[in-house]
Design a protein around this ligand. Structure first.
Ligand SMILES: C[S@@+](CC[C@H](N)C(=O)[O-])C[C@H]1O[C@@H](n2cnc3c(N)ncnc32)[C@H](O)[C@@H]1O
Length: 260
C-alpha cells in the first residue's frame, strides 16, 4: 500500500458539509460552546482580559485561619490565567455517577473557591442549571459566585446535592472546620468532590524550597488524609486518585465520595 501523497490538513476536510452543519447549530445555540473545553477556556480568558479591577468584589472579613494574602495572591493568579482547565479533571468524573447524570439539571451544586468563571462554564457545559449553581469565594466578578469565607459558609443547612472543592483547601489552616461546613450545607447523601495538589514536603522543607513564594497553608500527601476529616460521615467512596512519590514527586489528589 502506498501512502497518500496529499494527506488532508485536518480531519474536517473529510466532511466539510457536516462541519457547516455543526457551525450552524452552534450559531443557533451558542450555549453549546460550554460543552467544548477549549471554547470554555477561550471565553473565560477573553472575559478576564476585559475585566477591570473595580469589577472584582472581595471579601476580606475572613477568619485568621485563611492563609495570608490569599485575596491578592488569587487576583494575581487569575490575571495570569492560571489553572483554567484544571477543575475539569475533578468535575468530569461526576458524569459517571448515574444519580448525577440522570438528574443533573435538578441538582443544587456549590463550588467552593472557583476563582474564575471557567469552573462555572464547565458546570454549565455538563448540564447543571444556571439557577442551581452557586460559587463561594473571597473574590467574585460573576453573580453566580457569592462572597464569603468557606469556614463560615453563608448558606442554610441541607442546601446542596453536590459540592466541588477544587484546589481551595490549601488556603485553610483549619481544614476540619471547612469540612464540617461542607457537611452542614450538604444534603444527606450529597456527593463531594475534592481536588488538591499533593505535596510531600514538611512545613520546614517547604519554607526552604519555596523561599519568597512560600504560602503558610495546608498540604496533603494522600487522599486518606483528606478523608480523615470526614470520618464517620462517608457512605460510599466513588473515586480516588493518589500520587506515588516513588513514581512522581508531585501531582494531584482527587477524591469523590457520597455522604451518609
Ligand atoms: C487556587 S484557587 C482554585 C481555583 C479553581 N477552583 C481551580 O481549581 O483552579 C483557590 C480559590 O479559593 C479561594 N479561597 C481561598 N480561601 C477561601 C476561603 N476562606 N473562602 C472562600 N474561598 C476561598 C481563593 O480566593 C481562590 O479563588
Amino acid at each position: 500500500m502506498t501512502e497518500n501523497p496529499n494527506p488532508p490538513k485536518n480531519e474536517w476536510e473529510f466532511f466539510p458539509d457536516e462541519l457547516e452543519s455543526v457551525l450552524d447549530e452552534i450559531r443557533a445555540r451558542p450555549e453549546l460552546l460550554m460543552e467544548i473545553p477549549w471554547a470554555r477556556i477561550f471565553l473565560a480568558t477573553a472575559r478576564l482580559e476585559e475585566l477591570k479591577n473595580e469589577d472584582i468584589r472581595t471579601f476580606r472579613g475572613h477568619r485568621e485561619t485563611v492563609a495570608k494574602d490569599v485575596v491578592d495572591y488569587n487576583i494575581e493568579s487569575m490575571r495570569q490565567n492560571l489553572g483554567l482547565d484544571r477543575v475539569d479533571r475533578l468535575i468530569g468524573p461526576l458524569l459517571s455517577i448515574d444519580t448525577i447524570r440522570q438528574n443533573i439539571s435538578d441538582l443544587d451544586i456549590l463550588t467552593v473557591g472557583p476563582r474564575t468563571e471557567a469552573e462555572l462554564f464547565t458546570l454549565l457545559g455538563l448540564g447543571f442549571a444556571a439557577d442551581r449553581i452557586r460559587g463561594l469565594d473571597l473574590i467574585s466578578y460573576n453573580p453566580l459566585v457569592d462572597l464569603g469565607d468557606m469556614h463560615d459558609m453563608p448558606y442554610d443547612a441541607d442546601r446542596f446535592d453536590v459540592i466541588v472543592v477544587g484546589w481551595t483547601l490549601t488556603y485553610s489552616k483549619d481544614v476540619r472546620r471547612v469540612c464540617d461546613e461542607i457537611v452542614r450545607v450538604a444534603r444527606p447523601g450529597a456527593t463531594i468532590a475534592i481536588g488538591i495538589n499533593m505535596n510531600q514536603y514538611t512545613l520546614e522543607e517547604r519554607k526552604k524550597r519555596e523561599g519568597d513564594s512560600f504560602l503558610d497553608a495546608t498540604y496533603y500527601k494522600t487522599t486518606k488524609e483528606i478523608l480523615d476529616h470526614f470520618e464517620g460521615k462517608i457512605a460510599a467512596m466513588i473515586f480516588h486518585h493518589d500520587v506515588d512519590p516513588a513514581v512522581q514527586p508531585t501531582g494531584e489528589l482527587i477524591v469523590i465520595f457520597r455522604l451518609v
